[in-house]
Design a protein around this ligand. Structure first.
Ligand code: PPS
Ligand code: ADP
Length: 187
């Protein structure tokens, strides 16, 4: 049986939900935010790569598979947030409907949900090519590659947009933290 979260004490949980294309900076910003918060509270990063190894193994990159991946991450995020963890999700989550569904389910439980759009131009992403995937995708070697051979639906009204092609990591982190502070979620 699960513990009644209302019996626990400490700051309330919330979900910071990153979205953005591969190489946009979701992992970098998530880890930096975790580093800033972890001395004062419980915090967990749900990183795309790790999730796909342990929770969503076997899922690919078709729309139904990505939707299932996001549904699972959202489920775990809500469980953690219920127990007062600051949850940071760093999956691409390219579909607006999937993100909005996670937001809706969080809202049903009164869990604050902060959508953060990690945004950079395709030109910069291709220049960065952190994992060498853009080169392959542009050569037609990766079907369903987000932004090249698969859609990316940018958020319509994210709580925060971080332009990682023109802002420093530190500035992006500060803006996310400022939003959390303004909502009374962190000190
Ligand atoms: N076809 C295709 N499209 C996009 N990304 C691909 C693809 N194939 C492999 N990868 C690698 O998988 C990481 C994205 O997985 P996610 O779980 O975040 O994707 S999703 O949210 O389910 O859409 C993504 O990681 P990040 O670069 O950290 O975003 C890629 O490294
Ligand atoms: N302002 C910034 N914010 C985040 N990442 C940045 C920024 N400027 C440059 N980068 C670099 O861009 C890359 C982003 O990679 P990563 O965080 O793995 O992206 P993602 O998780 O979205 O795939 C890293 O090499 C990071 O150092």
């Amino acid at each position: 049986m699960s513990q009644d979260a209302s019996e626990a004490t400490g700051p309330r949980g919330f979900i910071v939900w990153f979205t953005g294309m591969s190489g946009a900076g979701k992992s970098t910003l998530s880890r930096a935010i975790r580093d800033r918060l972890q001395s004062t509270r419980s915090v967990e990063v749900l990183d795309g790569d790790e999730i796909r190894t342990f929770l969503s193994r076997g899922l690919g990159f078709t729309r139904p598979d990505r939707e299932e991946n996001i549904r699972r991450i959202g489920y775990v995020a809500r469980i953690l947030a219920r127990h007062r963890v600051a949850v940071i999700s760093a999956a691409i989550s390219p579909y607006r409907d999937s993100r909005n569904e996670v937001r809706r389910l969080a809202a049903e439980e009164g869990i604050p949900f902060i959508e953060v759009y990690a945004r950079a131009s395709l030109e910069v992403l291709v220049q960065r090519d952190v994992k060498g995937l853009y080169k392959k995708a542009l050569a037609g070697e990766i079907p369903h590659f987000t932004g090249i051979s698969d859609p990316y639906e940018s958020p319509e009204s994210p709580e925060v947009t971080v332009r990682t092609d023109s802002e420093t990591v530190e500035a992006g982190v500060e803006r996310v933290l400022a939003t959390l502070r303004a909502r009374g979620l962190i000190a």
